[in-house]
Design a protein around this ligand. Structure first.
Ligand code: FES
Length: 151
């Protein structure tokens, strides 16, 4: 039995929506400080709908498969729905990921949130920070849990 599902392998070998959106309405970049992998998500928004989504992932196969699946799950959907996307839903849509690879799907959830947050900030749209806690965490703490007590 293979460690990875057929869907993971399919999305890894043939990732959907890879690339850059020129003049994107929002761009989110997140990374995992431990493995060093980076994911960048681009969104195009019209009337609150994500009319286009693309990604670039410099990372492992599970991260590539997760970002590919995440773009498929949110493309054409309202922003409000994309914001409810969880890494668990992404992993389930891929027919599962090994437990030690679940963090790779977290990057996809954070990248989607970060791109939407960027869109909101660029357009001065009011937002509830609680909805973006994962993306804000990924950005502002960069995966560290230092409490800054040195020096
Ligand atoms: Fe880092 Fe998969 S090992 S995202």
């Amino acid at each position: 039995m293979s460690l990875y599902s057929e869907k993971v392998m399919d999305h890894f070998k043939h990732p959907r929506n890879v690339g850059v959106i020129e003049n994107a309405d929002g761009v989110g970049e997140v990374g995992n400080a431990k493995c060093g992998d980076i994911m960048k998500m681009y969104i195009k928004v019209e009337n609150d709908i994500l009319v286009d989504v693309k990604f670039e992932t410099f990372g492992c196969g599970s991260a590539i498969a997760s970002s590919s699946m995440a773009t498929e799950m949110i493309k054409g959907k309202p922003i409000s729905e994309a914001l409810t996307l969880t890494n668990k839903a992404v992993a389930e849509a891929l027919d599962g990921l090994p437990a030690y690879k679940m963090h790779c799907s977290v990057l996809a959830e954070q990248a989607v949130q970060a791109a939407i947050l960027d869109y909101y900030r660029r357009n001065n749209i009011a937002y509830d920070p609680a909805q973006f806690k994962d993306a804000l965490c990924a950005h502002e703490h960069d995966g560290h849990d230092s409490d800054g007590e040195d020096e």
